[in-house]
Write a protein that binds this ligand. Structure first.
Ligand SMILES: [Zn+2]
Length: 225
């Protein structure tokens, strides 16, 4: 009877245990994704249990931070850009639950960030280091491609890249500098980053010449100028 091993079915296995086991199987297979067949061969539970609990295999993979498309190795820059967009839309630092697929605001799941960076906090720290501190104006400026007009006057392109945009929004605490509106207080508010001196009038795309405005003030300002 020594080699006889019973595999008893456990009921109500916590989601976290299923996620951990899916991640273990993926690690074992040295893969960023696993199929139902992979899981049934190597998992401690059953693929059907996971399907039932998460409402689909792709949803389960997403919850586990595994990849369900053919997208392997999402570039770090794309993960950071998604965080910047989320930060702008929320008008505040995102928290883990803002990445919930149900909200549909984030391109990538919390699990994807946790898996890539070790934890959500580590992902946030890496993000802030990547975009640059709000005081690092010189650093942000250096990222803007230099472009000269025919008179050799303009140094920067009109387009504000997402890193510079994120730096300005975080510096301004995601609050409109004209009226104080913020999506963190009113979800209907949309924030823009605006050239204080218009680019068409020689204003440069540098942090000192950029400000956070809500869409209402931004339109109002264009009408006045
Ligand atoms: Zn405003």
């Amino acid at each position: 009877m020594k080699n006889f091993e019973l595999k008893l079915r456990r009921r109500n296995i916590p989601d976290a245990d299923l996620i951990v086991d899916m991640q273990r199987v993926a690690k074992h297979l040295q893969s960023q994704s696993i199929t139902k067949v992979d899981y049934d061969l190597h998992g401690n539970f059953g693929a059907t249990t996971i399907l039932r609990k998460f409402g689909g295999w792709n949803k389960a993979l997403d919850a586990a931070g595994l990849i369900f498309t053919n997208r392997i190795n999402i570039p770090e820059e794309e993960l950071f850009e998604n965080l910047a967009n989320l930060w702008q839309a929320l008008g505040r630092q995102p928290v883990g639950k803002d990445l919930s697929k149900a909200l549909g605001k984030s391109k990538f799941s919390l699990g994807t960030y946790e898996k890539r960076f070790g934890s959500w906090n580590k992902a946030l720290v890496a993000f802030v280091q990547y975009v640059g501190s709000p005081d690092a104006g010189a650093v942000a400026d250096a990222r803007v491609p230099i472009e000269r007009d025919h008179n050799n006057r303009q140094r920067t392109t009109k387009k504000i890249n997402w890193r510079l945009r994120a730096t300005v929004l975080i510096r301004d605490s995601c609050i409109c500098r004209m009226c104080g509106a913020s999506p963190s207080k009113d979800s209907s508010v949309t924030l823009h980053v605006d050239h204080i001196k218009p680019w068409t009038k020689g204003g440069e795309t540098v942090i000192e010449n950029l400000q956070t405005l809500c869409s209402v003030c931004n339109v109002g300002k264009s009408n006045v100028l």
